[in-house]
Each structure stands twice: as C-alpha cells, then as structure tokens.
Ligand binder design. Structure first.
Ligand code: DGL
Length: 274
C-alpha cells in the first residue's frame, strides 16, 4: 500500500485472526504494549482446528479471514495462528497490500538469539511442524543450531477444555516431551497459540534450565516495531477491542477469558462465504 493509503488508515484498528481462541494471547500482549490501539479480532471457530488441515485448506481459510478483517480498513494484520503463519503467510503478503505480521519469524529470531548451547526444541500442531517453517527459519539464521521438533496434537483440545494443570495434562506433556528430556535443549519454542496456557506444566517437565518462548509477546513487539517505523502508532485513544467468530460465541466468551486475561463482554457471530 502506498504511503497515502496507509496514512488514511492511521486511526484504524489492528486486525488479528486465529482459528479460534488461542490468538487472544496475542491480543492480550498487543493491548498491553500498545494500549491506545483499537483491535478487531476474528476467531474462525467454525473451522477450528487449522493445525490438522492441509496447507491448501489453511491458506484458503486464512485468506478469507484476512479479507473479513480488511473490510474494517485495518492498518496492520496479525496472523496469530502458528499453523496459518507457517503455511500461508507468503500468500497473504502477496494478496494484501498491508503490513502483515506472522508469529514464526519473531520467535525463531529470538530463539537463535538466546540459545547458549544451540539446541532448540519446537512443539506445535501437525501443520506447523510438518511445514518446517520454524526449522527453515532457524537454519537460515544459524545453520549450526541443532533442532528437535515434535507435533503435539492433543494439547489444543486439552486447553480448549480448560485442562491446564493436573495429572492427566502432566502425563500427556511428559509423553510428548520424553524425547526432549536428555537432549540438553536450552530453548523450547511453544509454536502454538494454546501452549502458553500450559507453560507451568511444560516448564515443570522440561526443568528450569530450559527457556520457554511463546509467540504472543514477540508478535506484539513486532507489531509495535512496524507501526513505530511507519509512524502509525496512535496516541490518546482509549482502545476498543471487537471480537468476531464464525460459530457459536458462548464458549468463546467463557474460555476466551483465560486467554485474554479479562472478561469478554461482546462477541459477534459472522457468516463468511465459503
Ligand atoms: N491456532 C493454532 C496454532 O497456533 C492452534 C489451534 C488449531 O489447530 O487451529 O497453530
């Protein structure tokens, strides 16, 4: 988009989408670091999960979500979903003349920056791990890093169910992470919107020596960096956040509170064309 086009969007919201609730962790951090910015959020509940779908399906759904958010004349788009960022970001960037932030690049960069022993672990959905997006990005930044990656498909439904602690959750995480334990991994990427809510248990299983990195904070920093550079940060505004979902909003309101860290008052349901 040309400079004039973006100027006209200065006071417009930041658009954030995810397959469902998980992207609210990103909204929480954007709101924390950019409290004057308006945000419009779309959770594609009708098509959750993205993480078990093919690249083609995820891309089709991501484009549709982005089109919906772009109808609000957003000034920047965030793909909060790791599965979408891993498979569809290039298509979104070609298709929309907007600054677009995905979650893979900022996290991969930080992981390479902080690892001391160059052993990085990655956990995520099937789509994210099989895309190798994190692995390729890390290797491009530092080819000497050793990477261990694993998909953990049961973790999303556990979080969706509100099971964040306890014996069952611990057992599932132990099983998934058993290959990681004796590998001296000093940095573990939580490559999925839902995993920050399991941080306590994951940290207990991995031990204190492993740093856990999640995308929410780092994506928010990237948003701030881009808007500051383009002189598009708003001041003196009391931020409004609007929530839209593509299926029943009731559970989103209840469980979403855990992700967002505060009560969600209103959620609107939208029907997007297939
Ligand atoms: N938002 C997805 C991700 O970060 C997790 C949920 C899903 O599979 O749709 O990969």
């Amino acid at each position: 988009m040309d400079k004039d086009g973006l100027d006209r969007r200065l006071n417009k919201p930041i658009g954030v989408f995810d397959s469902g609730l998980g992207g609210l962790t990103v909204v929480r951090q954007i709101n924390r670091y950019l409290p004057a910015e308006d945000i419009v959020y779309f959770g594609d509940l009708a098509n959750l999960p993205y993480g078990t779908k093919s690249r083609e399906q995820i891309t089709r759904l991501s484009v549709r979500a982005a089109e919906f958010l772009n109808s609000f004349k957003i000034k920047l788009l965030v793909s909060a979903c790791n599965s979408s960022s891993a498979t569809s970001l290039a298509v979104l960037k070609r298709r929309f003349r907007l600054p677009i932030v995905g979650v893979i690049e900022p996290v991969a960069r930080e992981a390479v920056k902080i690892t001391q022993n160059k052993r990085i672990g990655i956990i995520g959905t099937n789509a994210t791990i099989e895309s190798k997006a994190y692995q390729k990005k890390i290797k491009r930044l530092d080819p000497t890093v050793k990477i261990l990656a694993k998909s953990c498909p049961l973790l999303v439904p556990l979080v969706e169910e509100g099971w964040l602690n306890g014996k069952i959750v611990q057992a599932v995480i132990e099983k998934y992470l058993e290959d990681f334990k004796d590998k001296n991994i000093d940095t573990l990427i939580l490559g999925c919107t839902h995993y920050p809510l399991l941080k306590n248990t994951i940290s207990r299983v991995m031990g204190k020596k492993t740093t856990l990195l999640d995308s929410a904070y780092l994506a928010a920093c990237k948003v701030k960096e881009i808007l500051a550079k383009k002189e598009m940060l708003v001041q003196n505004n009391s931020s409004k956040i609007k929530f839209y979902v593509s299926d029943l909003p009731d559970r989103f309101k209840v469980i979403g509170r855990k992700f967002l860290g505060r009560k969600i008052r209103q959620v609107s349901r939208v029907r997007l064309d297939v």
